[in-house]
Design a protein around this ligand. Structure first.
Ligand code: PEP
Ligand code: MN
Length: 332
């Protein structure tokens, strides 16, 4: 259950209610919110006078539920926003990893040419092998900061583990929690303590319930700015890197109030399939797309096979504009 309590309520009463229902307390500007485990389905008579509104849920998908908030949350990204009443669709592009100043400047020039606002690039990379490129670390964040200063872009970059979580939170405009870190409770809880937007990627071995429950750790920590990202799950299929779960995307659209971004690049794993998938994603009328684009993909230090080169992305961009128009979305 979620209980809304008047801000003027005495703290001892709030504590009493929180204890009675084993609740997490979130203090908002104009409201106190108690979130109980979903097994609580009703209020005791004596508590009713202290509760303004009660929301009951079937499962521990609560704050993220569309039954709690019918419209998608509005999330501010730089000067713009996604969700809410806006029809914006965030097209976040850039290389898998920050590799050099030249590469980031070339990427920045492409964003500028196309009028895009948000660059993605990882600097702390969660690789599957310790013997491959692990990212430029803080050095890479500084390079991203430079292009942000120059062009005013928003930067999406990933937090890999607890050693640098504070640096990434301080630095990023959108904090990315990767598929392999979706269950890192240290990261989830830290991200709950900031108000910066968090892009939470679905673990490739997690179901939709587990994915949305991971977002509840951030939301119940007090950060309302969570964006979900479906990026492909592992199935029996091996011809593609993962399987983009578009049924799952439809489920998330219908049942949660969190803006949704789809990532065709990591799902497909091969550049040849990314444009078609990206068009399918845009047609799903979601809040954003994450697409890996590199000035010279064959030289990329990570995810080389799936990154589009600049001419390929320019061509894709033209068709994405048409589809965005058809679904009444405005690319930002
Ligand atoms: C990435 O965005 O480069 C990345 C590592 O993605 P994922 O966590 O989805 O594998
Ligand atoms: Mn990548």
């Amino acid at each position: 259950m979620i209980l809304h309590i008047d801000k003027a309520t005495h703290s001892s009463k709030v504590q009493q209610l929180a204890d009675a229902y084993e609740a997490i307390t979130i203090i908002k500007e104009d409201l106190i919110v108690l979130v109980t485990p979903s097994r609580f389905k009703s209020l005791q008579e004596e508590h009713k006078p202290f509760v303004k509104e009660t929301f009951v849920f079937e499962s521990d998908i609560q704050i993220a539920s569309s039954k709690y908030m019918h419209q998608k949350r509005s999330i501010k990204i730089g000067k713009q926003s996604i969700g809410g009443t806006s029809r914006n669709v965030l097209l976040a592009i850039g290389p898998c990893s920050v590799e050099s100043e030249d590469q980031i400047q070339k990427s920045a020039a492409l964003l500028k040419e196309l009028g895009l606002s948000t660059m993605r690039a990882g600097s702390f990379k969660p690789r599957t092998s310790p013997y491959t490129f692990q990212g430029m670390g803080l050095e890479g964040l500084k390079l991203l900061d430079k292009v942000r200063q120059q062009h005013g872009f928003n930067i999406i970059t990933e937090v890999r583990d607890s050693t640098h979580v504070d640096d990434v939170i301080a630095f990023a405009d959108i904090i990315q929690i990767g598929a392999k870190s979706m269950y890192d409770h240290g990261i989830l809880r830290k991200c709950g303590k900031t108000h910066k937007p968090v892009l939470l990627k679905r673990g490739f071995g997690t179901n939709l319930q587990e994915f949305v429950q991971a977002s509840e750790f951030i939301l119940s920590g007090g950060n309302e700015n969570v964006i979900l990202c479906e990026r492909g799950i592992r199935t029996f299929e091996t011809k593609t890197r993962f399987t983009l779960d578009l049924c799952g995307a439809a489920y998330l659209k219908e049942n949660t109030n969190l803006p949704l971004i789809l990532d065709p690049s990591h799902a497909m794993g091969y550049a040849y399939g990314v444009p078609d998938l990206a068009r399918a994603c845009m047609a799903m009328d979601i809040e954003g797309l994450l697409i890996e684009v590199h000035p010279n993909p064959s030289e990329a230090q990570s995810d080389a096979s799936q990154q589009l080169n600049h001419p390929q992305f320019r061509e894709l961009f033209q068709s994405l504009q048409l589809i965005a128009k058809a679904v009444n979305r405005n690319i930002i």
